[in-house]
Structure formats: C-alpha cells, structure tokens
Design a binder for this molecule. Structure first.
Ligand SMILES: [Fe+2]
Ligand SMILES: [Fe+2]
Length: 226
C-alpha cells in the first residue's frame, strides 16, 4: 500500500498540480484564477470558474458510465459482478415497462459501492437527485433498508428495517423496486442487456437542467411496472 502510494506520488509532475497562464496565440488568456485563497477572488475569477464548471459537468455521464464499469471488479462472492447486477436490475426495469428515470436510477442504484460501502444508497441518491424524479431518488436512497427484509435475519440485522418508512408515499414503490429489480438480479443465466444499451439514456438524463421542477416532480408517482 505504501509502495503503491509512493509510486503514484512520484509520477505526479509539478505542472499537473500547478495551473499556469498560457498564451494560446490570440494574446494572453486566463486559464486559472488569480487568487490563492478563496476570499481573495474577484468577480472575474468566479465568472471564469463558473464557465469551467459548466464545461466540466458535461462529462458527468461519461464519468458515471466509467465508474459503473469499475463495479465489474468490486465486491466478489456473488455469482455475478456488481456491474452485472446493475445491468440486470436495469434490464428488468426496462422489460417491466418502467420509464427512463426508473431505468437510469436502477442502473446506478449501487454505484456508491465503490466509495461508500457503508451508505452506498445515500451516495447513489445524491448523484441522481438533481436529474431524476423525486420518487426514484427516494427509492434509491432507502433501498438498503428495504433489502434487509430478504437477508437481515441471516446477518443479525433487523429484517423489518423498512418499517420506519411505512406510510411514506413511495414506500410501496421501494418494495416493488427491491422485489422485482434489486434482490432478483443476481442470476448469471438471466439474459442481461449490455452497458451499451443504456448509455444513451444515461447521457440524456445527465444532460437535463439540474433540479428542473418539471423533472423532479415532487410527490408524483410513476408506475414501476406497466
Ligand atoms: Fe444496494
Ligand atoms: Fe442492488
């Protein structure tokens, strides 16, 4: 581990760490802010950063698809990989006639396994929240509590953990999500669709205007199964 860290540290060149001003042939052009502490920034600095941020966020869907493929190497022991599980869940959602918000949310529902193994549900929900219907975000955020009903008794956890959410408008949706798409999607013989089948949908969802109320539609329930 230490050797690994050392190798990575040694390969970082100073010009990766320090942004520079460059002359791009059309005169002097700003390519980093002037300040070294945020409180010293001015309007020009923050307008420049805002522009950068907008460009950067355009790559979100590609980064997520890349992260999803990393799930192929994570968490062993199941008969299929985490990527296989994610694809199979999304395939089942699509075959049930669910809409794009459901399909993309299902595809990404376990993406938090990479960096947040103890709250992967909240992590995935945070990624989805600005871009999909509130119903889907809520279900993804709570799905780990609902999954307990299937295996809690085998690991000394409360199988009825989902009960604390009973009465919530999306309670039944999370029950259906877990039963039909999540807990059932560990089958190596299921005819699972490849990641290429879902990429266009992912790009479309993350190209939406963040927090668009016509997308988030608080309180609205769309059928999981047609
Ligand atoms: Fe999960
Ligand atoms: Fe899952």
């Amino acid at each position: 581990m230490i050797a690994e860290h050392y190798r990575i540290t040694k390969t970082i060149e100073p010009n990766v760490l320090i942004a520079r001003f460059r002359d791009k042939g059309d005169g002097f052009k700003m390519d980093h802010v002037k300040f070294r502490a945020m409180k010293d920034g001015d309007k020009e600095d923050y307008a420049f950063l805002n522009e950068h941020e907008i460009e950067y966020t355009k790559g979100t869907s590609n980064k997520l698809l890349g992260a999803l493929t990393e799930l192929d190497e994570g968490l062993s022991g199941y008969q299929i990989t985490r990527l296989g599980h994610s694809l199979q869940s999304a395939t089942r959602a699509e075959r049930d006639g669910a809409d794009t918000d459901w399909i993309v949310s299902t595809l990404l529902h376990d993406i938090g396994d990479i960096f947040a193994p103890y709250n992967h549900d909240e992590y995935a929900a945070s990624i989805l929240r600005p871009f999909v219907r509130e119903q889907c975000t809520w279900v993804v955020e709570k799905h780990a509590d609902f999954q307990m009903v299937y295996y809690g008794r085998h690991v000394g956890a409360d199988p009825n953990k989902r009960e604390k959410h009973r009465g919530h408008i999306f309670f039944d949706d999370c029950v259906t999500f877990c039963e039909r798409w999540d807990q059932s999607s560990f089958d190596p013989e299921y005819d699972t669709l490849p990641i290429s089948h879902f990429t266009e949908r992912v790009h479309k969802v993350f190209a939406r205007r963040p927090y668009d109320p016509t997308v988030l539609r608080p309180g609205v329930r769309e059928q999981l199964v047609s």
